[in-house]
Design a protein around this ligand. Sequence first.
Ligand code: 5AD
Ligand code: SF4
Length: 447
Amino acid sequence: MQACVITLGCQMNEYDTHAIQSQLASIGYSFVDDIHDADLVLVNTCAVRGKPVEKARSILGALRKEKKRRTVTIGLMGCLAQLPEGQAMGAKFGVDIMLGPGALTDLIPALRQGKFQNFAFKDELRDYAPPPPNGALSAHVAITRGCNHKCTYCIVPTTRGPEVSRPAADILREVEALRDAGVVEVSLLGQNVNSYGLEPGLGPHRKPLPGFPSFAELLRMVGQVGLPRVRFITSHPINFTDDIIAAIAETPAVCQYIHLPVQAGANRTLRRMAREYTREYYLDRVAAIRSQLPDATLSTDIICGFPGETEEDFEETLTLYDAVQFDMAFMFIYSEREGTPAAAHFDDIPHPVKVARLMRLIERQKHWSWLNYRRWVGRMVEVLVKGPAHEGDLMQGHTRGNHTVVLPRAVAPKPGLYAVRIAHATPHMLYAEGVAIPEGRPAATAA
Ligand code: 5AD
Ligand code: SF4
């Protein structure tokens, strides 16, 4: 029996896909990339914006056609399976099973029952056996699931439920197993990793849960397991304490890459997004990071065109960007999600306005990214090489700070850790010595 699992969306979905695959492997499935070769196709979906939802729709459309030609079982998994929108889609396209992220452990029973099932949301997200190592050099480990925040644009609290922290002993066992299997880099995953081990609630003053270490303590513990690289993603500014910054600074294995979504620069927008912090609070956290971790890479998420965002509000996003000078940013156009408070209470703004704002933001991002990337020229960096680059006889990997690096195959013939000197930079890439920047790259033209 052959299965194809298609993954859309975030790293948590990649982790869930890995868990889905290990369940399937336990009942005899092997895996293929092409849906035409599969007896079972599972689509692990994302619902955070309209685009991934449309992507899921087109995949399900293709699968419906496939199903008309031959026998194949189709499953709708992931965040979309948790929502009325996704359930309607699953029914329309005739999927056989539907399982939300809280019901992954029902996969095998659902397959056995065969007929259309909706095992979507159970009140509480149950844990599942960690996916076994799969030979990769990098691996994910979930440390929390779900999200307690109530950002008004976001569907994730609905699809993934409230925040639950996994016991530290389980996390450590999983990390040790990965280390023993030869993994070099582990990423601790959670919607908000830095509220790991805190009591339910919101805001900056949540108490620790009895029996749980804080996130700072967990970082120190995982840092001692003996892996060269420990990463964590994503952080929420409200609980990004000085203690966490100190743990990063003092734990050599922990990579100095901090993804700290700000979402918007104007206090008015932040308040209407229910982000729980002000611009000033965010800038204070950035100042603390910069003073303790001067080489850390700082990246962010920004939404352009939140409902009611005025020109002045948006300009505050630009001035915040200039103040922080992020190394990298993931920039999105606001996408109305049915069932969120923003969709219920605020009017969407015109699409062309959102696009124009995104374009202006991308200009800033390129400017600061290029300046930041250039700081690495002439320096030695550690690169975790993953495999061949897209072009030429080159290899590709990433630094501890999460910059993509291209290097000569002669230097790094096979995947692993290497030390190289950086010779050139573009706004999105570092080039090791011995690699020429391909013509037409923006490095030569950026201001
Ligand atoms: N529209 C646009 N972007 C969104 N994000 C979450 N919800 C929405 C939405 N409705 C973005 C946020 C978040 C990232 C994972 O996705 O920036 O940090
Ligand atoms: Fe969504 Fe906000 Fe939770 Fe992030 S913190 S998952 S943006 S509700």
